[in-house]
Ligand binder design. Sequence first.
Ligand SMILES: Nc1ncnc2c1ncn2[C@@H]1O[C@H](COP(=O)(O)OP(=O)(O)O)[C@@H](O)[C@H]1O
Ligand SMILES: [Mg+2]
Length: 286
Amino acid sequence: MTATPTLELRGIDKSFGPVQVLRHVDFTANAGEVTALVGDNGAGKSTLVKCAGGIYPIDSGEYYFDGKPVTVHSPRDASALGVEIVYQDLALCENLDIVQNMFLGRERTRGIVLDEPTMEKLAGQTLDRLSVRTVKSVRQQVSSLSGGQRQTVAIAKAVLWNSKVVILDEPTAALGVAQTAQVLELVRQLADNGLAVVLISHNMNDVFAVADQIACLYLGRMAAQVKASDVTYSQVVELITAGRSGDLGLPPATAAAAGNGNGNGNGNGSHDGGGVDLGDTNGAQQ
Ligand SMILES: Nc1ncnc2c1ncn2[C@@H]1O[C@H](COP(=O)(O)OP(=O)(O)O)[C@@H](O)[C@H]1O
Ligand SMILES: [Mg+2]
């Protein structure tokens, strides 16, 4: 594809105090595609997307949206561009219903009262547009929903706001097999509807099931961003665990230096693939 990426980050550096978590990271996400962001625990995946979402300010580097340089200093700036993050730890309110959750903090009003009919209609339309059939009523309390349904509501909430980039941080981490399949189908649907979707995942089956591109972080550096169809399973696992695979990835010296524990956090630059889930389920049930 020669189209301009919807989201493009160039040369991103990010430190927390003395710990440099991201080093000159380049990353792109195209409209109509699912870009998987992979990497071992502590590689910097969540930090990178939080920079994209305006939660963390970047130390240096450039942020382009639809090819234009922008400054993103807050989640509000990111939302204004159409960049929404669905967090690992969901952040839905159990005691509220689906409509209330989807409009939380951005409620529609008519005069001084909440415009319930409009919010209800928009929530329903969004779920329909995403072909969500598993939710019976938009007035159901979130506490009564399964893990997969909650993830679906969280995703619908993110796409309700004319978003252009939707970032999902480990959306299937706590789900069983059937619910994972449902969520992945939804992820594909978002991209097919024209959004740029970024999917953080540890699960290689999930990644290869839906991703058009795979971006692999290794100890804070972007080892490679490649088309999913150009790489094998084992190449991606090597990129995750060693930062390189054959001609792909970081130069040997860089990968080795990074792997020697340069203060980047939890020192899990081991080569045992500890954070890679090769199976089709992680056994968690909900
Ligand atoms: N707010 C923070 N303050 C200090 N260090 C952090 C903070 N957030 C993340 N880190 C460190 O940054 C590194 C990358 O973390 P993270 O982005 O969560 O990795 P991943 O999502 O790939 O598992 C880790 O070493 C982590 O300890
Ligand atoms: Mg993370």
